[in-house]
Design a protein around this ligand. Structure first.
Ligand SMILES: Cc1cc2nc3c(=O)[nH]c(=O)nc-3n(C[C@H](O)[C@H](O)[C@H](O)COP(=O)(O)O)c2cc1C
Length: 215
């Protein structure tokens, strides 16, 4: 494959576009969009977010040392974009968008009811890098929409239609993944069992959604 040379930049994608909730020291919640989010360690579970100093959320992060990563779905694309284009210095995004919050479990920061999964995080360190500061944080609690958990306790995030961000554009991830972890080396019986489980999950997810709509 022929390649062209570009000047060095962070040409990584796709990325998740998450909604990060924070709270001020006076207890005022805020939400902003973050695409520079990463997984850095599984034991202890740790994540990173890269944040510019000028964000109002930056002040909250430094003051309280806590935040929540709210994962987003394609039907949350518009609010995700809005929360990344408007600062709480000018508008109360939570009120403006009518976002419903639920109280934090292990942190004081609330999460978004609409999000399929919320990762409650406590900041462990802040490193100045240049344009952005890197917040390394431990995940102290995870809250996942119960309709996305199967009977074996496995998450079906694909069923939620997750939102991805690739260099300025949002994409809804398709319902069916092109593979699962280890599928390239899995036995035929394992692949079949996984396929069955996925079918079962999507059936029960559809039923739950239908029931929810009827209410
Ligand atoms: C898709 C998208 C991704 C973004 N990712 C980041 C990010 O990783 N870090 C950051 O500091 N700002 C990021 N931003 C910009 C902030 O979300 C934006 O400046 C926001 O208005 C800050 O809100 P606040 O001042 O209320 O904290 C992103 C914006 C968009 C639209």
């Amino acid at each position: 494959m022929a390649k062209e040379l570009f000047k060095p930049s962070v040409l990584v994608g796709p990325l998740p576009a998450v909604l990060v909730t924070t709270i001020s020291k006076d207890g005022v919640p805020n939400v902003f969009t973050v695409a520079w989010v990463g997984v850095v360690c599984s034991h202890p579970p740790m994540v990173s977010i890269a944040v510019k100093k000028e964000r109002l959320s930056y002040e909250n992060l430094v003051e309280t040392g806590e935040f929540v990563i709210n994962l987003t779905t394609s039907d949350m694309a518009k609010i995700t974009d809005f929360c990344g284009c408007r600062s709480a210095r000018k508008i109360n995004k939570i009120v403006h968008l009518g976002l419903e919050l639920e109280p934090g479990t292990d942190v004081a920061v609330p999460s978004l009811v609409r999000s399929p999964a919320a990762l409650e995080c406590r900041v462990r360190s802040v490193t100045e890098l240049g344009s952005h500061d890197l917040f390394l944080a431990e995940v102290v609690c995870n809250k996942v929409d119960s309709s996305l958990i199967d009977e074996n306790g496995k998450f079906d995030f694909a069923g939620a239609g997750m939102l991805a961000y690739i260099h300025g554009e949002y994409f809804g991830l398709r319902r069916h993944p092109v593979g699962t972890f280890g599928f390239s080396v899995a036995k035929k019986s394992t692949r079949r069992a996984r396929h069955e489980r996925r079918l079962q999950m999507s059936r029960s997810h559809r039923q739950k959604k239908y029931k929810h709509k009827k209410r």
